[in-house]
Design a protein around this ligand. Structure first.
Ligand code: CO
Length: 134
């Protein structure tokens, strides 16, 4: 079952250049940065109520986020919904015919487990499901 919007992912060229807007202008609590090697990104989290903004900066030219920036420029990259049991949710969606990018959870920031649905199945909105943490 979908619990809440865990975070909204925003692709940026530079965390350093982007954080001040959210932290200093918008007054969001800055939680720090973390490198997610598996996805070739450095991420920064800013708290908004029970959700977060996740800024994503690519760490390599072959990062999916680098490709996104090339194609679209900076902007909203994905929506992340928190679910109770990621494996069971993925199995359920697969059984319902929803196309998945990840059939098996991968590791996200803060030791969370995440999986992406295919944009073809979600009206072109890249959709992440995550289980715990953020
Ligand atoms: Co995310």
């Amino acid at each position: 079952m979908t619990k809440k919007i865990n975070h909204i992912g925003i692709a940026v060229k530079s965390l350093e250049a982007s954080i001040p807007f959210y932290r200093d202008m918008m007054g969001m609590e800055f939680e720090g940065t973390e490198e997610v090697a598996e996805q070739k990104v450095k991420v920064a989290f800013l708290v908004v109520g029970e959700s977060r903004i996740e800024l994503l900066e690519p760490t390599s030219e072959d990062s999916p986020v680098a490709k996104f920036l090339e194609k679209n420029g900076e902007g909203v990259h994905h929506m992340a919904y928190q679910v109770e049991n990621l494996e069971a949710t993925l199995a359920d969606l697969k059984a319902k015919g929803v196309r998945l990018i990840d059939e098996v959870p991968r590791s996200g920031a803060h030791g969370s487990r995440i999986a992406f649905l295919h944009p073809k199945a979600t009206g072109s909105v890249l959709t992440e499901l995550c289980e715990a943490g953020h």
